[in-house]
Design a binder for this molecule. Structure first.
Ligand code: ADP
Ligand code: MG
Length: 238
């Protein structure tokens, strides 16, 4: 069973079509990465899966459910926003537990889930700090922690490392790979960085002007690019 499926998905902004019929099955537990140049529609496609952007045509399934018309809160997916979306006046503990508190979960449940997230994300020593007293990488982990506690069907990331410096980007890449191995959850990840895609993805979806140019494992795309666009995009060293 695929955990998320897109069927003939299109997006129009007025008269302009930016997503041009995308079919894709994403397996449960898969780390799938959308790559492509700026403006090709990566963020729009991710936002449609999240429900933050309406789907003009086609369908989006989450598990067996047709989620096309569901609001974001009903889809059970977690969009991980950049670290600057943390609440500055709250401790790490309160940031991570915020969604559970807002949902009226009992205190003990919140504590248990927040402690578990802290353990998985190695945030135990920082739980009483405010975001401003954390490094960029730690903030990023707190941002992920806020989603983990809700046991999402999938995590959605839009260029989560793009604001970080080069060294931290490499470190976070490693952290994300580790996180995926330990959580075993579906991750849908957008980047324009080929290296990031090649090192993290189970499968890469190459988007070209709102269409899928090719889908495959990093190895498949590298060894057998379907067209010149894919070859140039995947093959060009950074
Ligand atoms: P990417 O994330 O790959 O850089 P986007 O999904 O952000 O690309 O954008 C795809 C195309 O859709 C671009 O041409 C962009 O200008 C256009 N677009 C995105 N959002 C809107 C919007 N709200 N209204 C009109 N056009 C938009
Ligand atoms: Mg984008």
């Amino acid at each position: 069973m695929s955990s998320i499926e897109l069927q003939a998905v299109e997006k129009w902004f007025g008269e302009v079509q930016v997503i041009k019929g995308v079919d894709l099955k994403i397996d449960e537990g898969e780390f799938i990465i959308f790559v492509g140049p700026s403006g090709c529609g990566k963020s729009t496609l991710l936002r449609m899966i999240a429900g933050l952007e309406e789907t003009s045509r086609g369908k989006i399934f989450v598990g067996d459910r047709d989620a096309t018309a569901e609001p974001p809160s009903k889809r059970g997916l977690a969009m991980v926003f950049q670290s600057y979306a943390l609440y500055p006046h709250m401790s790490v503990r309160d940031n991570v537990g915020f969604a559970l508190k807002a949902a009226g979960e009992p205190k003990e449940v919140i504590k248990e889930k927040v402690d578990e997230a802290a353990r998985v994300l190695k945030l135990e020593d920082y739980m009483d700090r405010r975001p401003k007293d954390l490094s960029g990488g730690q903030r990023q982990r707190v941002a992920i922690g806020r989603s983990i506690v809700r046991d999402p069907t999938a995590f959605l990331f839009d260029e989560p490392l793009s604001n970080l410096d080069a060294a931290l980007r490499v470190e976070m890449r490693y952290e994300l790979a580790k996180l995926h191995r330990s959580l075993k959850s579906t991750m849908i990840y957008v980047t324009h960085d080929q290296v990031e895609a090649m090192t993290l993805a189970d499968r890469i979806v190459v988007l070209e002007a709102g269409k899928i140019a090719q889908v495959g494992s990093p190895k498949e795309l590298y060894e057998r690019p379907g067209n010149l666009f894919v070859a140039q995009f995947i093959g060009s060293p950074k």
